[in-house]
Design a protein around this ligand. Sequence first.
Ligand code: FAD
Length: 434
Amino acid sequence: MNNKKPALRIGIIGGGISGVALALGLCRHSHLQVQLFESAPAFGEVGAGVSFGPNAVCAIAGLGLGETYLHVADRTPEPWEDVWFEWRRGSDASYLGATITPGVGQSSVHRADFLDALAAQLPEGITQFGKRATQVDQQSDELKVLFDDGTEYPCDLLIGADGIKSALRNHVLEGQGLAPQAPRFSGTCAYRGMVDSLHLREAFRVHGIDEHLVDVPQMYLGLDGHILTFPVRNGRIINVVAFISDRSQPEPTWPADAPWVREVSQREMLDAFAGWGDAARAVLECIPTPTIWALHDLVELPGYVHGRVVLIGDAAHAMLPHQGAGAGQGLEDAYFLARLLGDTRTDAGNLAELLEAYDNLRRPRACRVQRTSLETGELYELRDPIVGANEQLLGEVLATRFDWLWNHDLDADLTEARARLGWEPRSRGALRQG
Ligand code: FAD
């Protein structure tokens, strides 16, 4: 007689960083049968940089992807290897302070390089492209996801990693009797570009600006705007994001039919930063064809789980990019779920408890990261109600502001989750409210 339990069928919707990382974390376990569905015809990330704090780097390593990451990742060059960002006044690039991340510095990758490196490790047959999920059908004993090509996939667990415009989010919210949620426009737009570092070096030489500002990540701060630069691809390319905010409306809206991303002229971008200093403008002058992004985020959701459907990554907690933490939170979700689902004690019988532990332990932290990301934008743009334009205080606050985010102990959360599942005794002092 064969007593082996049937493998748990897990469908992951969305092949961005969160979905692919989770698929990789799950696919090596024989008690799990994983299928990843991506609406696009292939994996694709935008040609831009993304940086990861120590917490995200830990989650990547915990997923067994540390070497892959190191292969494509950049760090701040020596002797500034521990610098996350230097903070400078936008009008003249005066130094305001620095944030130090010992052992990590500014750890970043070119997005497409990273996603390609991850996707290359997915086993054959796990991914299906051109599959846009449109609906979830969840009855008491049956769960299936429906695609726009008329096909469906029955599974035991469905994971929505389908980004900020998630098709699964409202199924979860409505299932909990909650109002549906759509992304909200922040009032901030970001101009983006990738600059050849030799080009920027030359531009800085012409303006007599210290080339240190090419090699070390910089954040130029001003009223209702800020510009960040950091090197990627071994310092050959400088990733630039220039943010500009309109705070005249308490609840800004973005036209429903307008694209969130479009190409703009360099003139438009330079006009938005008229009055900024030489260094800031020299950076922008190196971007002949910028794109502009209308930045949206989500309200803090009251739940990430309904039945056997669970949200991760931007589908659950899309946030503003001001702490460089959105993808990192998706990676924390992936690590957390991979560790629990990958445990052979997981089966259909304890799935509900497992998902409850995920919701109780991950959601408060992700919501706090969402909230503080928004507040950090206010701080950078001299609108924090306490700090305002007090530069000394700004430097002091920024030096330690991110410590709680970066130094979080995700393994302690996992220990707590295992205790809630009755898998391990709860360690003394680790009792948490759920
Ligand atoms: P996504 O990357 O959005 O992936 C979702 C995937 O699902 C896509 O491939 C999509 O095609 C697919 N999909 C969508 N709908 C469906 C469907 N119905 N069916 C099937 N597939 C579907 N984060 C950081 O950690 N560090 C940074 O430095 C950083 N910088 C940022 C800068 C900017 C300007 C912005 C806008 C964001 C930044 N972020 C950063 C945030 C980060 O980009 C996101 O948090 C992260 O990419 C989200 O990954 P995801 O996999 O959850 O979602």
